[in-house]
Design a protein around this ligand. Structure first.
Ligand code: ADP
Ligand code: MG
Length: 248
């Protein structure tokens, strides 16, 4: 294997295609994401955003196409192995374990990412969990049942669960949907602070203001194809992007 050089992308998606039967959900998508970039992914409903995330996280196999992460071809790795390599995603529909406390929900994430060859004490696990909850502004909710959380707290918990796996790449799939504008700002600030702590973030969001404020680079999909990629301003000014959004 070649020595990783500092110019290498964190994530490289090459000629990725995903079919569901005869339907092409992703059509020959290629993109490099450098380490540390705040990357926005937009596109109308059904354009393939979540499918792309599923291909990155390993929920879907790609055929053909390759996914390279930190200089390693991960195309054939199982989802939990990719998680251990440093890829974490939030789910578009938060799926907390409702009967559990916030702390217990996080422990599930910790266990999922755990390297089973390393023995970690209960106290160490608890420390790790509390430090993540503190980072996510949820420390005071540790022992509260997930059913008692507000919408914005649930979204934060969803991100905290992803953070429990110590990701290098965090993928946030519409975690802001349905939040008020001040709550959107809260989650945006949180993601910004994670990005400042050396985590590369792919943000999928319908709330255009939020993506544009957050992202250094934006990619727009339509019907499984990249129709624009560039700075937020460039993408917003793009004729095809404007048409794609007017059409929905
Ligand atoms: P987006 O996240 O951009 O709204 P998706 O990636 O969820 O879009 O879906 C892209 C297209 O692929 C849609 O037409 C959707 O119906 C289809 N699709 C997604 N997942 C599946 C699946 N598991 N089986 C069949 N079709 C799917
Ligand atoms: Mg989606």
């Amino acid at each position: 294997m070649m020595a990783p050089d500092s110019q290498a992308p964190l994530l490289r998606i090459s000629a990725l295609t995903k079919r569901f039967g005869g339907f092409i959900a992703l059509d020959n998508v290629s993109v490099d994401i450098p380490p540390g970039q705040r990357f926005g992914l937009i596109g109308p409903n059904g354009s393939g955003k979540t499918t792309l995330i599923n291909c990155i996280s390993g929920a879907f196999r790609t055929e053909p196409g390759t996914v390279t992460f930190r200089d390693e071809d991960i195309t054939r790795l199982a989802p939990h192995i990719r998680t251990r390599r440093g890829i974490a995603r939030s789910f578009q529909i938060p799926r907390p374990f409702r009967s559990m406390t916030v702390a217990e929900n996080l422990m599930v994430g910790l266990d999922f990412a755990a390297d089973t060859s390393v023995i970690v004490s209960e106290a160490q696990r608890r420390d790790t969990m509390m430090s993540i909850l503190t980072r996510m502004g949820l420390a005071s909710k540790a022992n509260v049942s997930a059913t008692k959380l507000s919408q914005v707290e649930l979204r934060k918990m969803e991100l905290a669960r992803a953070m429990a796996t110590h990701p290098k790449l965090l993928i946030s799939d519409e975690v802001m949907a349905g939040l008020s504008s001040s709550e959107v700002d809260e989650v945006l600030d949180l993601l910004m602070s994670l990005a400042d702590q050396d985590i590369t973030i792919i943000m999928i969001e319908h709330i255009m203001q939020a993506v544009m404020r957050f992202s250094e680079r934006v990619m727009c999909l339509e019907a499984g194809k990249i129709i624009a990629i560039g700075t937020p301003d460039q993408v917003m000014a793009n004729q095809r992007v404007q048409e794609a959004y007017l059409g929905t």
